[in-house]
Design a protein around this ligand. Sequence first.
Ligand SMILES: C[S@@+](CC[C@H](N)C(=O)[O-])C[C@H]1O[C@@H](n2cnc3c(N)ncnc32)[C@H](O)[C@@H]1O
Length: 257
Amino acid sequence: MNKEKVSRFYDVVWTEYIPEYEATEKHWEIFFSENEIRDKSVLDAGCGTGIFSIIFANNGAGSVTGIDISEGSLQTAQSLKEKFELHNAQFQKEDMLHLPFQDEQFDIVWAWGTVHHTTDPYKAIEELIRVLKGGGSILLAVYTRTKVTFIHEFIRKILVRTPKKTWTALSKIMAFFLTPVVFFFKRREKSRKGEKLEELILDWYFVPIRYYYKPEEIQSFLEERGFTIEHFLPASGRFNSTSNFIFKARKSTPFVP
Ligand SMILES: C[S@@+](CC[C@H](N)C(=O)[O-])C[C@H]1O[C@@H](n2cnc3c(N)ncnc32)[C@H](O)[C@@H]1O
């Protein structure tokens, strides 16, 4: 049931929002290069409107599979693919907790801001590990648990219980009252090409499922499964935001569970 709530949510929120290509590609380059991905098979798990799939495909990946549970987001991803005239990317509706792919099918698995929106993030990571080849790379961007997380969660748990039809109005009102940060967001809105504070609030406080972790929790989970951490960023380079931390890690060959 919760999964349906999440897919319905992402069918409404962010469905048409596509982060700016060049800025996003710069952040992607922190983790991957054209050489590293050439002719490789990539899974973009929870691809949303598809910007990272497009970046992988446009930089020479052999094949990119973008999966998501939100049909609305996948439609936007499909039109983006057509706009870029790419033939090495495909999008399909799948749940990352039950992937229809073979063991060790992909060279690279990319999951930016997604596992923490599933009903069982560790199970999702296990599933992503299953479909990753030995010697392949996984990238995980995950919400950070901080000292103030409980305040955000307290607010979110109240707000998700309000009637859905009031959500847009509520987020507009909250955006209005968050006056001290509005100036900052006006600047950010420009640099992120149209992402509005009220949409950010909607995504932050109204999303049905949201888990938070300490980096060391995800690190031990990966290391216990034979992964070597190759890159750790304590904050998301994509949005200069402290809300996500990122691990890029390599799966051992052969896989030691
Ligand atoms: C915050 S968005 C991130 C989208 C994209 N990765 C990006 O960075 O632009 C989270 C995405 O995860 C997707 N998602 C949530 N649960 C999922 C699941 N169980 N299987 C596949 N996708 C899921 C949502 O539909 C949504 O598109």
